[in-house]
Design a protein around this ligand. Structure first.
Ligand code: ACM
Length: 760
C-alpha cells in the first residue's frame, strides 16, 4: 500500500491521521502512515548513546512504566539479540523543538537537534501506545512535528491559594506531556506574597499569611498562607528545565500590592500624613492599594527583582501592571508632588513611568519585561511583551506597534470559569467555558498582517485560584482544557473536535495512572428528575458538545445498584421508575467508560428538590459557585452554592402549587469577602423583618405576591448548610414560577440557597 502523506494543508487526510496516530495530544503537524507495525513489549530496548538522547530515552521508560507497567532497558548500543529497538539520536537540521518519529517494523527512530525535540518525540511515542498495554503494536508511520507557537503556557496563581512545591512539580510534569512549555507563576498579590526574598523577610513572614475570610461570629483558628523558599524555587526551576518548561515569575506592580504594603507600609501610597496600615487581604476583587513612586520604593522593587533574577533564568520576567486603579495616586499629596517633579501631568501616565523604570532595570540585566495589557501606553519599551487579557484587543494593538504579545484573553482562556452546567462542577465562576470553547479558540487575528502576526508569541490559559482552594481543584479546572489549549498552541494541523475527544479519552487513564485529576464534565451526565404521577421520571443526557461530535457515545445505566458496564442497558428515552429505586449511569465511548458513575437514590424528595445550580439565577452579574462553609479553607461535602453575589436570588420554574405544597430549604451563611468598590452600593439587601433575616418565597416574579417567609435564625452563626423548618405554601391554581431570595439585615454574611424542595 502506498502511504499517503498528510500535512496540515491536507484537511481531507484528517480521518486517516486519526486512525493512525493513536492518541497524541497535541496533534502532530504531519503524519504519514506506513505499512505494518512496531511490536513493543518487554523485549524492546531503548537505545540512546549519550546526553540528551539518554535523558529522553529514560523519560520514555519512566512514562511507560507508570502508565503501562511496561519496563524497558535503556542501552547505549543496539543489542545483538532479538527484540525491537527504539533509537533516540541527535541529528542536525531540526528546529528548536522539532522532531521526527519514524515507526517501522522492529525499529522506532526519534531524531531531533535539541534536547527539547528528543523529549517531545518521547512524549509522542508514549502516547502512541494506549495506557495499560504492555505488549502492543504501534502502527508504522512517520511523524514530522514542530510547534506552531513558541509560548504555550499556563498561569498558576499561588497567591490567592497556595499550592505545595510538590504540586507545582507535578503540574510542570503534566504540562510537559501536552508540550506546554511556559509556567507563568503568579507569586504576589493582595492576598499573599509567596516568594522568599532574603533582603526583605517581612514579605513572607507578614505578607505570606492572612486571616481567612469567615462569616461573622465564626472565629479563625489559624492564619492561611505559605511561601516558597528560595531553595524550593531553585529545585522547581531545575525540575522544570528537565521537562523543557520555562518558569516566568510574576511580581505584580504597581497594583495588587496589598500584601507587600502590609509587610512594609512605607512602600504604600499615603493619602494622609502616615503610610497606610494594611493587612494582607482576605477579600477577592480589585483592591485600590498601590506602591508609591518614591525612589526608595523603586530601589526596593529592583532589589526584589534582582533576587528573582537569581532564581529564575527565564528571559521573560512578568511585572503585572493590571487593574492598578489610580484612586490612591490621585488622592495622595506625595504621589502628586512626585508627578510634578517628574513633569507627568496625567496620573494614568505615571504607570507608564513605572513600567519604563522597571523595564530599564530588567533590560540592563538582559531580561524582557512582560506585563498585562494595561502596560500598553505611550513609552512602552519596544522589547516589552504584552499579555492580552481583556480580550484580544491588547494583542492586536501591541502587534501593530511591533511589540511581542501573548494571548490570554478572558473569558475563553480563563480557566477559573466552570466547564459545564452540570451540578458536579466544583467552586468557580458561573460563566461557562467548555473544553470545546478552548479547542475552537482561533489565535490568528485576521486583522493583523503576516508580519504583525509574528509578534504573537503564543497563548496561555490562566488559573486564577480564588475559587480553587485545593490542588485537586486546580487540576480539575486546568484539565482537560489545558489539553485543548495545547492543541491550539502547538498544532498546525486542522482542528478536528471529534478526533480530539477520542484522543482525550485515551489520555484519561494516563492522568489516572499519575494521580492527576481531570474534569469529566465533557462526558458528564445531565440528569433531570421529576414527579411522574406516583412514580419518578428520569431524563438523562450528555452535553451538546459531546453529542454534536457524532461519536459512538452512549449512556448506560442500571436500576439494581450495580456499576454500569458495556453490557448495562443503553439509555434511549426518559425512564419512569418507582420511588425507592437507585439509578447508576455513566457515559461510554465505544468500550471505555469515560465519565465517572453518576448515581441517585430516587424518591419523592429527589423529584421535588432542586439544588441552586439546577435553579435559574435571577441575574448573573457576578455569578459564583461557592463552598458552603463558614470559613474559607474549610471543605464541605455539600455541593457548591450557585449565587450571584450582587443579587442572591433564584427561580424555580413551573412548580405545581395546587395542593398547597410544603417547602423546605437548606441554606448557608457565606462570608461576603468581595472588594467591589462603588458597585457594592448597588447590592439590595432587601427588607429583613428580623435580626437574622428571612428567605422570601414569591409567586411568579421576584416582586410577586409573598407566599412564604422562612426565618434564617436557625442557620445564623452556624457553619455549613442548615435545613430550615418546613412550611406550607398557600394553594394556587396550576403551575407557577417561584422566586426565592434573601432579605438580610447587612451585606455580611451573604446567604446562599443550597437546595429547595417544594411539594416533596
Ligand atoms: C487579570 O485578570 N487581572 C490579569
Amino acid at each position: 500500500m502506498r502511504a499517503a502523506v498528510c500535512t496540515a494543508a491536507l484537511a481531507f487526510c484528517a480521518s486517516a491521521v486519526a486512525a493512525e496516530q493513536g492518541g497524541i495530544i497535541p496533534l502532530p503537524a504531519s503524519v504519514a502512515p506506513g505499512s505494518g507495525g512496531f511490536e513493543v513489549n518487554s523485549a524492546t530496548t531503548i537505545v540512546a548513546a549519550a546526553g540528551d538522547a539518554v535523558k529522553a530515552g529514560r523519560y520514555l521508560a519512566q512514562l511507560w512504566k507508570r502508565s503501562n507497567g511496561l519496563v524497558l532497558r535503556v542501552e547505549a548500543h543496539t543489542p545483538g539479540a532479538r527484540g525491537s529497538v527504539i533509537i533516540f539520536r541527535k541529528a542536525p537540521g531540526f528546529g528548536l523543538e522539532a522532531y521526527r518519529l519514524e515507526v517501522a517494523p522492529n525499529q522506532v527512530t526519534i531524531s531531533a537537534s535539541t534536547a527539547a525535540g528528543l523529549f517531545y518525540g518521547a512524549v509522542s511515542l508514549w502516547q502512541l501506545l494506549p495506557a495499560g498495554i504492555k505488549d502492543g503494536r504501534i502502527p508504522a508511520q512517520t511523524i514530522i512535528d514542530e510547534p506552531r507557537f513558541a509560548w504555550r503556557g499556563l498561569m498558576l496563581d499561588s497567591s490567592r491559594h497556595f499550592q505545595s512545591p510538590a504540586f507545582v512539580r507535578s503540574m510542570i510534569d503534566w504540562m510537559s506531556w501536552h508540550k506546554l512549555n511556559v509556567l507563568h507563576w503568579h507569586l504576589t498579590d493582595d492576598q499573599g506574597w509567596r516568594l522568599q526574598i532574603r533582603r526583605y523577610p517581612r514579605l513572607t513572614t507578614v505578607g505570606g499569611w492572612r486571616i481567612p475570610a469567615g462569616i461573622p461570629g465564626v472565629p479563625a483558628e489559624k492564619p492561611y498562607g505559605g511561601f516558597y523558599t528560595q531553595d524550593q524555587v531553585r529545585d522547581i526551576v531545575a525540575f522544570a528545565a528537565t521537562r523543557h518548561v520555562q518558569i516566568v515569575p510574576e511580581i505584580d506592580m504597581p497594583g495588587h500590592a496589598q500584601a507587600a504594603v502590609a509587610a512594609y507600609p512605607a512602600l504604600g501610597t499615603a493619602t494622609g500624613d502616615r503610610p497606610p496600615k494594611l493587612v494582607v487581604s482576605s477579600k477577592w476583587g480589585v483592591h485600590t492599594h498601590l506602591f508609591n513612586l518614591e525612589p526608595n520604593t523603586f530601589r526596593f522593587l529592583e532589589n526584589v527583582l534582582d533576587e528573582v533574577l537569581q532564581l529564575f533564568p527565564s528571559r521573560y520576567i512578568h511585572v503585572g501592571g493590571d487593574e492598578a486603579v489610580k484612586d490612591e495616586w490621585n488622592a495622595s499629596p506625595g504621589v502628586q508632588a512626585r508627578a510634578r517633579e517628574l513633569g507627568i501631568a496625567n496620573t494614568e501616565a505615571l504607570q507608564s513611568y513605572f513600567t519604563q523604570e522597571i523595564g530599564r532595570h530588567l533590560a540592563a540585566r538582559g531580561r524582557r519585561l512582560v506585563g498585562w495589557d494595561e502596560i500598553l501606553q505611550p513609552g512602552l519599551p519596544s522589547d516589552a511583551v504584552v499579555m492580552s487579557w481583556r480580550g484580544v484587543d491588547g494583542a492586536r494593538a501591541a502587534a501593530r506597534i511591533g511589540n511581542d504579545t501573548v494571548l490570554a484573553p478572558q473569558p475563553i482562556l480563563y480557566f477559573d470559569r466552570r466547564q459545564s452546567s452540570l451540578a458536579s462542577e466544583p467552586t468557580g465562576r458561573m460563566e461557562i467555558v467548555t473544553v470545546e470553547d478552548v479547542y475552537r479558540f482561533e489565535p490568528v487575528d485576521p486583522l493583523l498582517s503576516k508580519d504583525q502576526q509574528r509578534h504573537v508569541l503564543g497563548l496561555q490559559g490562566n488559573l486564577w485560584s480564588e475559587h480553587m482552594p485545593n490542588e485537586a481543584r486546580v487540576e480539575w479546572m486546568a484539565l482537560p482544557r489545558a489539553a485543548a489549549l495545547a492543541e491550539v498552541a502547538w498544532s498546525s494541523a486542522p482542528r478536528n473536535w471529534p478526533d480530539f475527544i477520542s484522543r482525550l479519552a485515551a489520555m484519561q487513564p494516563r492522568y489516572r495512572a499519575f494521580g492527576v485529576t481531570s474534569a469529566d464534565s465533557l462526558f458528564g451526565i445531565d440528569a433531570h428528575i421529576a414527579r411522574a404521577g406516583e412514580a419518578i421520571g428520569v431524563t438523562l443526557a450528555n452535553l451538546p458538545e459531546l453529542t454534536g461530535a457524532g461519536l459512538d457515545t452512549r449512556i448506560r445505566y442500571t436500576l439494581d445498584g450495580r456499576e454500569p458496564t458495556t453490557s448495562a442497558a443503553s439509555y434511549t428515552e426518559p425512564l419512569t421508575v418507582a420511588a425507592g429505586t437507585s439509578i447508576h449511569a455513566a457515559t461510554f465511548l465505544g468500550k471505555e467508560q469515560v465519565s465517572r458513575t453518576w448515581s441517585e437514590h430516587l424518591d419523592a424528595h429527589s423529584a421535588a428538590r432542586r439544588s441552586s445550580s439546577e435553579l435559574e439565577l435571577c441575574s448573573n452579574r457576578v455569578g459564583l459557585l461557592l463552598e458552603p462553609v463558614a470559613r474559607e479553607g474549610e471543605f464541605s461535602s455539600d455541593a457548591p452554592i450557585a449565587v450571584d453575589i450582587m443579587n442572591p436570588c433564584w427561580i424555580y420554574r413551573g412548580v405545581d402549587l395546587q395542593q398547597g405544597p410544603g417547602i423546605v430549604a437548606a441554606v448557608a451563611a457565606l462570608p461576603f469577602n468581595y472588594e467591589l468598590g462603588a458597585d457594592a452600593a448597588s447590592i439590595q439587601v432587601g427588607d429583613a423583618r428580623s435580626p437574622d433575616g428571612e428567605l422570601e418565597v414569591r409567586l411568579d416574579r421576584c416582586d410577586g405576591t409573598l407566599l412564604g417567609l422562612l426565618p434564617l435564625a436557625p442557620a445564623a452563626n452556624r457553619a455549613g448548610v442548615t435545613q430550615l423548618p418546613a412550611q406550607r405554601l398557600p394553594v394556587q391554581s396550576g403551575r407557577h414560577d417561584v422566586c426565592l431570595k434573601f432579605a438580610r439585615p447587612r451585606l455580611d454574611p451573604m446567604w446562599g440557597l443550597e437546595w429547595v424542595e417544594i411539594g416533596g
